[in-house]
Design a protein around this ligand. Structure first.
Ligand SMILES: [Zn+2]
Ligand SMILES: [Zn+2]
Ligand SMILES: [Zn+2]
Ligand SMILES: [Zn+2]
Ligand SMILES: [Zn+2]
Length: 337
């Protein structure tokens, strides 16, 4: 959420002028801005030294003449009703007028700062405030996560849908040249407490987790990999997490050495980034943008360091490099952020 001052929108709020009667002595010097004729006698508007005959000042919204009170800013004039109904900035959450500061989310919704201060809930996955109009309502999942109605429409909540998307992500990765044996992956949709338990307490806030067992000496996989993903993620969040976890599987299948978090998590998020780029959808772009902006050392900077590394050394080199290296070349780390 970013904070803005509503004043960037044009209108001088609450500045109301009423018609004045012409003063004969002054009339000689007063020229109507609209018709360029002298005001002469009769009613006119005086707006900071700009004059208009009554009937020669028009509402910017409805084009009809303004006869009495109005709001204006610069060269735009509005009937009070037109302004209030059609022009005034309105809060996308409560519908009331915004005077002064407001916050805007990624999607361009503008809401009163007070809603944020009051701790009104935001969607965990797209950052929208939860409101009937704004987000088509919202839901509290059984593990207390709050998801908006829009995200809920694509929520991945059953095994069939999850399995289908796992195959799809596997196919996209294969077209990139990252081949994962999906048949050897068991997928589990889990709740937040289950995720925390699976990751032995380190999974707070994690959306996904992969576990693979190796023979200690050969690093050969024993059995398949287990992928755990939170239930109820909206489609493109799920795709991002799925691609990330499948890259962990790829690293396990290819007996990669256990590298630093930067190189392992960075590689997985870079894979998610490549996969999301294959989807032309606003929510895919939202996920990509949050990766670009992420301040996390591992998932943000690590990802960007990996991307810089691949740009420098090439895609195939990356996939070979991570098999036997625990760190990125130091020059790449310096380039990140
Ligand atoms: Zn005129
Ligand atoms: Zn009007
Ligand atoms: Zn509001
Ligand atoms: Zn949402
Ligand atoms: Zn990871």
């Amino acid at each position: 959420m970013l904070e803005f001052e509503a004043k960037i929108k044009i209108i001088v709020i609450g500045l109301v002028l009423t018609m004045l009667s012409a003063v004969p002595i002054m009339a000689q010097e007063m020229i109507c801005e609209y018709c360029q004729e002298e005001i002469g006698s009769g009613e006119y508007f005086n707006l900071d030294g700009k004059y208009f005959h009554a009937g020669h000042l028009f509402c910017t919204y409805c084009d009809k003449p303004i006869k009495s009170e109005f709001n204006y800013s610069g060269d735009e004039y509005y009937h009070l009703k037109c302004y209030d109904k059609h022009v005034a900035l309105r809060c996308d959450l409560c519908g009331e007028k915004i005077n002064g500061k407001y916050v805007t989310d990624y999607w361009g919704n503008k809401v009163h700062v007070s809603h944020q201060d009051d701790g009104e809930p935001e969607c965990a996955y797209c950052g929208r405030f939860i409101g009937e109009q704004l987000s088509r309502g919202g839901y509290r999942l059984s593990d207390d996560r709050i998801v908006c109605g829009i995200c809920n429409e694509t929520a991945v909540s059953d095994d069939d849908a999850a399995q289908f998307l796992m195959s799809e992500v596997g196919d996209v990765m294969a077209t990139l040249g990252i081949n994962v044996d999906i048949a050897n992956v068991t997928l589990h949709l889990v709740s937040k407490p289950e995720m925390t338990q699976k990751s032995e307490g380190n999974g707070d806030g994690h959306l996904g987790l992969t576990t693979s067992k190796y023979e200690a000496e050969t690093r050969k996989l024993v059995g398949g990999s287990q992928v755990f993903i939170l239930f109820g993620l909206p489609k493109y969040s799920f795709i991002k997490v799925m691609a990330h976890e499948l890259m962990h599987v790829w690293m396990a299948e290819n007996r990669c050495v256990k590298g630093s978090k930067i190189i392992s998590e960075g590689s997985c998020n870079y894979t998610a980034y490549l996969v999301l780029q294959k989807y032309d959808h606003p929510n895919a772009r939202y996920e990509l943008d949050s990766m670009e902006r992420s301040r996390s050392k591992t998932y943000g900077s690590g990802f960007r360091a990996l991307r810089a590394f691949v740009e420098d050394y090439g895609f195939d080199f990356w996939l070979e490099y991570i098999k036997s290296n625990r760190e990125l070349p130091s020059k790449t780390n310096i380039r990140a952020d």
